[in-house]
Write a protein that binds this ligand. Structure first.
Ligand SMILES: [Zn+2]
Length: 255
């Protein structure tokens, strides 16, 4: 990005943030992480991401009306993911591009994302994953990579719409129903199998056969992204089937 020209044609303007550094070990972006700002005022959210005091930023910012600004050059390491993990990688900032979507989030009563805003997010994401060849399974929410700390972009974020626009991995969730489930305090082989599946998909979790607090948070993060009808951290049949189907439908990674 030059001082004036954004790298994505979807972005209208450059609005530079000083909050970035060098990508470690010369890494290139191989993930796309979506966030909501979680602030009631989008102008204030933008100013915060550009304030040196905040030590936070993202590469792009999407307003409620669909306008897009570029804050950080794609070649640089923006500070959006924090302490995170995916597929064994813990320096997510060094290998990702981050998009902040203006939305008050859970603290603001979780208002829905306007269609025009989602159209911009989809177009911007498609442009980024195409240019950087980011695999569909590596388009994720902040909650996926930091399930213990973060809940954004939240269960109202329309991952299905994005998938239909060619961005991200998604399968239709299996219908919820009553029946057998696993939850906090359960132990044994089925829990180990569940944890192994979550880790296989990419989530950062210890496989210890105990449905502990970490497991509950990862299950809730999974639900938020892939089975948003009920986000309760309880591994019911629908959650487990959806996870299984998602793994089975994974596009083969390019060699
Ligand atoms: Zn976030």
């Amino acid at each position: 990005m030059s001082a004036l020209t954004p790298e994505s044609p979807v972005a209208a303007k450059v609005f530079p943030s000083p909050n970035h550094g060098e990508r470690k070990d010369g890494r290139r972006p191989s993930m796309l992480i979506l966030h909501y700002t979680g602030m009631p005022d989008e102008g204030e959210a933008l100013q915060w991401l550009c304030n040196p005091v905040s030590q936070v930023s993202a590469h792009y910012f999407v307003f409620g009306d669909g306008r897009v600004l570029q804050l950080v050059p794609e070649s640089r390491r923006a500070w959006h993911a924090g302490l995170s993990s995916w597929d064994g990688e813990t320096d997510i900032n060094s290998c990702s591009i981050g998009i902040e979507i203006a939305n008050p989030g859970h603290p603001g009563g979780l208002p829905p994302f306007p269609d025009v805003q989602i159209e911009s997010v989809a177009a911007l994401s498609r442009d980024i994953v195409t240019r950087w060849r980011i695999p569909a399974t590596r388009v994720l929410g902040h909650s996926d990579v930091a399930p213990g700390r973060k809940v954004d972009p939240g269960e109202l974020f329309p991952w299905k719409t994005l998938h239909e626009a060619g961005v991200g991995h998604w399968v239709a969730p299996t219908a919820t129903s009553d029946g057998r489930f696993f939850s906090r305090g359960d132990q044994g082989m089925p829990i180990e199998a569940l944890q192994a599946m979550l880790v296989m998909y990419g989530y950062g979790l210890k496989i210890n056969g105990a449905f502990d607090e970490d497991t509950e948070k990862v299950v809730a993060a999974f639900q938020r992204h892939f089975r948003p009808e009920r986000v309760d951290g309880v591994a019911d049949a629908s959650t487990i089937m959806t996870l299984r189907n998602l793994i089975a439908a994974r596009p083969q990674a390019a060699a």
